[in-house]
Design a protein around this ligand. Structure first.
Ligand SMILES: Cc1cc2nc3c(=O)[nH]c(=O)nc-3n(C[C@H](O)[C@H](O)[C@H](O)COP(=O)(O)OP(=O)(O)OC[C@H]3O[C@@H](n4cnc5c(N)ncnc54)[C@H](O)[C@@H]3O)c2cc1C
Length: 477
């Protein structure tokens, strides 16, 4: 066994920076950090350090630069692609102590925050000002804005308003050599290349974001949330295309299939969804009251033409919150089905949704698995979720096969291997399915501009194999 790079002298030096209370290095303590939200990747980090400030992060990275030790940033660990998992030679830098909103400017509609602020806390904090932070991943009660920046997170309301990258103004970043850079500009678009856009979605490969300036948006004056139930998944999929084709961009357009509805309705998150429907759509419209009323009438008639049996609108804010709770806690509700849940994430053109859904059903049946689908249908962003028990090697093997086949089917339909959960370590082998060697080489060169020694979140996103080894999987273009 090769000796670990994480030596007792490094532990002592890190203790001097953050204090002994904020280091974890015993095996039992490290167990908590061996996984993120993906149950199929597990690794013990060398140690965990919990800084309280940008200055401490700079000191930690300076030390790790001197001794040549790799590191991985971690927010809440809700990531679904194995991105926040470190191997025993790496230091995991947990950012949950950096959870302060530093300033809020209601006139400019900006907030400056530390990376460990939990997404939902931000909107709660600015609600009294009539403002909110738009990107709302379903994990928003737990995930951090720093993790959202690294993953370019989406969420139900990103269909109309855009994903994280559209809501970030400025970033303070500590690079792997411990230099501190400011990306973007408070005044507006900066001159030169869009380095904020480059950093957002870089999955921790370029360094650690230590301060984030976000855009805040006014809470819309009127909101209508509608629930439609369909006797077929195909009908619901066609309704999604129909709404968008009519020129209406709902704030959110979400689909849940029968298995997902059954899991939600059997849980404490029960939302009153019809359990006999093959699929339900949750459609939210927002804007000025007259416009919302007009769009709601058009949407309702499109949903009915596509075969909806029933279309109902939330009757009160509490009713609306209940409809959304069922959707946002759907992954949690699936925890009742089996001990483990492999949440998949891919994108397909909206027009391909019905065929891809049929293909997923075929894969599910052939591999004898339990798959529930809940997804951002308006974006064509699919989440087929496989409930299983990873203590059973046979079922785990079939889960791996099914995940790979689902991804291949999405790519073959003209889609991509991730919509919003990133590549991480989970999908790194699929990158050559969608990018040619030259493009992957360019990505690697960009990474090296920030991190020449590739010590920041090593082994994630960009494959290291020699170009000639990159091949498309059978059945994939
Ligand atoms: C139930 C559930 C529902 C979800 N729903 C959605 C959804 O609707 N939309 C969506 O997009 N995602 C969703 N996710 C996935 C996940 O919540 C997001 O990817 C989220 O952005 C991860 O945030 P985190 O704080 O947990 O980050 P982590 O999981 O801790 O880390 C994610 C990645 O970010 C890097 N990172 C973290 N902090 C920093 C930092 N400060 N600087 C640099 N790199 C950093 C890590 O190294 C890692 O690569 C869901 C997850 C769960 C469990």
């Amino acid at each position: 066994m090769k000796p670990s790079l994480v030596k007792p002298s490094l532990v002592a030096a890190l203790e001097r920076i953050v204090g002994p209370r904020w280091i974890r290095h015993r095996r039992a303590e490290l167990k908590t950090y061996t996984m993120d939200g993906l149950p199929t990747r597990e690794s013990f980090p060398g140690l965990v350090v919990m800084p309280a400030s940008s200055a401490e992060i700079r000191d930690i990275l300076r030390l790790l630069h001197l001794v040549g030790v790799p590191f991985v940033a971690r927010g809440a660990g809700t990531g679904l692609s194995g991105g926040a998992v470190a191997d025993p030679d790496a230091v995991l830098i947990a950012l949950t102590r950096m959870n302060r909103i530093l300033t809020v400017d209601p006139v400019l509609r900006r907030a400056v925050l530390q990376p460990g602020v939990v997404n939902a806390r931000l909107s709660e904090a600015v609600a009294p000002l009539g403002l909110h932070y738009v990107p709302d991943p379903s994990s928003q009660a737990a995930c951090t804005v720093g993790g959202n920046v690294a993953e370019n997170a989406g969420g139900p309301h990103c269909l109309k308003y855009g994903v994280t990258t559209n809501h970030i103004v400025q970033l303070e970043v500590v690079l792997p050599d411990a230099s501190v850079v400011q990306l973007g500009s408070l005044q507006g678009d900066p001159w030169g290349p869009d380095l904020v856009g480059l950093f957002v979605g870089s999955e921790g490969m370029f360094g650690i974001v230590t301060e984030i300036t976000v855009r805040l948006e006014p809470v819309p004056p009127s909101v209508r949330t509608m629930l439609a139930d369909f006797p077929t998944v195909r009908g619901a999929s066609e309704a999604v295309s129909g709404v968008i084709a009519a020129g209406i961009v709902p704030a959110a357009l979400e689909m849940m299939d029968r298995a997902c509805v059954a899991a939600v309705e059997a849980s404490i998150y029960a939302a009153g969804y019809p359990t006999d429907a093959a699929a339900v759509l949750l459609v939210e419209l927002d804007g000025q009251p007259d416009a919302v009323d007009g769009e709601a009438a058009t949407v309702e008639s499109i949903l009915r033409q596509a075969g909806a049996r029933q279309v109902r609108s939330a009757t009160s804010p509490a009713d609306r919150a209940r409809l959304w709770q069922g959707r946002k806690k759907a992954f949690g509700a699936m925890g009742r089905i089996a001990p483990d849940l492999a949440v998949q994430d891919a994108v397909v053109p909206r027009s391909a949704l019905p065929d891809v859904m049929d293909r997923i059903e075929e894969i599910r049946t052939r591999h004898r698995l339990s798959i529930s689908n809940v997804f951002h249908a308006g974006d064509g962003n699919l989440h087929p979720n496989i409930s299983f028990d990873r203590r059973d090697p046979d079922v785990t093997h079939r889960v791996h096969l099914a995940c790979r086949e689902i991804m291949a089917a999405c790519v073959a339909a003209g889609g991509s291997i991730t919509g919003e959960h990133g590549v991480g370590s989970d999908k790194i082998d699929y990158m050559p399915w969608i990018f040619d060697p030259e493009t992957l080489g360019a990505m690697r060169a960009v990474r090296c501009a920030f991190d020449p020694a590739e010590r920041s979140n090593p082994g994630k996103v960009v494959p290291l194999h020699a170009c000639r080894e990159w091949r498309a999987a059978p059945g994939v273009r």
